[in-house]
Ligand binder design. Structure first.
Ligand code: DGP
Length: 115
């Protein structure tokens, strides 16, 4: 398990991030390359390299991340208009950081299909 991704360094406060939410299980911070007016990453503190590596043992954790993302959307004032949650998995999914993360995107209308 790689615990030295950029996100682990953010969890350990070794590099700065604009943190918007934290609890015992997860951390949420603004994406450094925002693709929307609101672009926040929600990550577990426990390392899972990606959703493709999740197991049934991670069910509670994955649920926790989704509920956290939904609460953050409410706090950020984008819930009424709507928003997108996205998880990129592997090369074809566009995943670049090997630490599971949910993208919370909002503040503008999203398009479909994604690129
Ligand atoms: P993905 O492509 O799904 O693996 O998304 C990784 C995201 O992480 C990407 O949108 C950019 C963001 N990111 C990469 N490095 C940093 C960093 O050092 N700080 C922050 N806040 N975000 C980062």
């Amino acid at each position: 398990m790689n615990e030295n991704t950029i996100f682990d360094k953010i969890i350990r406060r070794e590099i700065p991030a604009d943190i918007v939410f934290e609890d015992d299980i997860c951390l949420a911070f603004r994406d450094i390359q925002p693709q929307a007016p609101i672009h926040i990453l929600v990550i577990p503190k426990r390392v899972i390299a990606g959703v493709q590596y999740a197991t049934h043992d991670d069910m509670d954790l994955l649920g926790h991340l989704l509920i956290a993302a939904k609460q953050i959307a409410e706090e950020q004032g984008i819930s009424a208009d709507g928003y997108r949650l996205a998880i990129n998995a592997g090369d074809h999914g566009g995943q670049t950081v090997e630490h599971l993360h949910i993208h919370l995107l909002g503040g503008r209308p999203m398009q479909w299909p994604p690129g």
